[in-house]
Design a protein around this ligand. Structure first.
Ligand code: CUA
Length: 253
């Protein structure tokens, strides 16, 4: 009786934990792929963990007063079964992980290498410069540069060209499922396709000196109309600044 009650409690706990682990709606294509993989693996791992634990509890209960235990010897059928089952599970985990790794948003370099020409030519591009200790974002399409604030349009493919001015840094945007090391002297690529307008945190995820923990930025995802308005505003401000400087120079003369 007590056993059954504790089993019920164990099952309830497992259900509660899996509900807690259920992710909120993903904010990008990358993040959705990663969340889906996590859920798939959870659905495999949860029944397995329950099976092992319940077998253990059963064995402890069933054989609790056994003064003369006899060991299991030589059971080829059992051994073949557990080896084959483990193999099948590992192959499943390997394949589902590989599919996500090969996703052109998760590992753009691999996707790029397997396609002739520039596979991401239609992407919206942002040049990202990491330095000790901050971020600079340039938007070649708009001729605009921002610091500590990355603005991208929603529902568009975005390619980040990543460079470092000094040491190794790493761009990390958890909500968008973006994470990539940035090495000095090389240009690396990261990609995303954000689906939800909003503000997200960007971190440096590679220890890069005493200012590492302050090396944050905000990612602003805007829908296309708001994004276009932002670009226009930025360009106007930049032109204004140039005009002011020019008129100052003229006045000084
Ligand atoms: Cu840059 Cu840590």
């Amino acid at each position: 009786m007590r056993l059954r009650r504790s089993l019920v409690r164990l099952c309830l706990l497992a259900v509660g934990l899996s509900a807690l682990a259920a992710p909120a709606a993903a904010q990008s294509v990358n993040r959705a792929a990663i969340d889906e993989l996590n859920a798939q693996l959870l659905y495999v791992a949860l029944p397995l963990a329950l099976f092992v634990e319940l077998t253990l509890v059963y064995a402890i209960y069933r054989f609790r007063d056994n003064d003369d235990p006899s060991p299991t010897v030589d059971d080829p059928a059992l051994e073949i079964t557990w080896t084959a089952a483990t193999g099948a599970i590992l192959v499943f985990v390997g394949i589902s992980a590989f599919v996500v790794m090969a996703n052109p948003y998760i590992t753009p370099a691999a996707a790029q290498a397997s396609t002739p020409g520039d596979a991401f030519a239609d992407d919206h591009e942002v040049d990202v410069l990491a330095y000790q200790w901050g971020w600079e974002f340039s938007y070649p399409e708009a001729n605009v540069t921002t610091e500590e604030r990355l603005v991208i349009p929603a529902n568009r493919n975005v390619t980040f060209r990543l460079r470092s001015a000094d040491v190794i840094h790493a761009i990390y945007i958890p909500d968008l499922g973006v994470k990539q090391d940035i090495f000095p002297g090389r240009t690396l690529t990261a990609r995303t396709h954000a689906t939800e307008p909003g503000e997200y945190r960007l971190y440096c995820a590679e220890l890069c000196g005493s200012g590492h923990s302050r090396m944050n930025a905000t990612v602003v995802v805007k829908n296309q109309t708001a994004y276009d308005a932002w670009v226009e505003n930025q360009t106007a401000t930049a032109e204004n600044r140039t005009a002011t400087t020019e008129s100052r120079i003229a006045t000084a003369r």
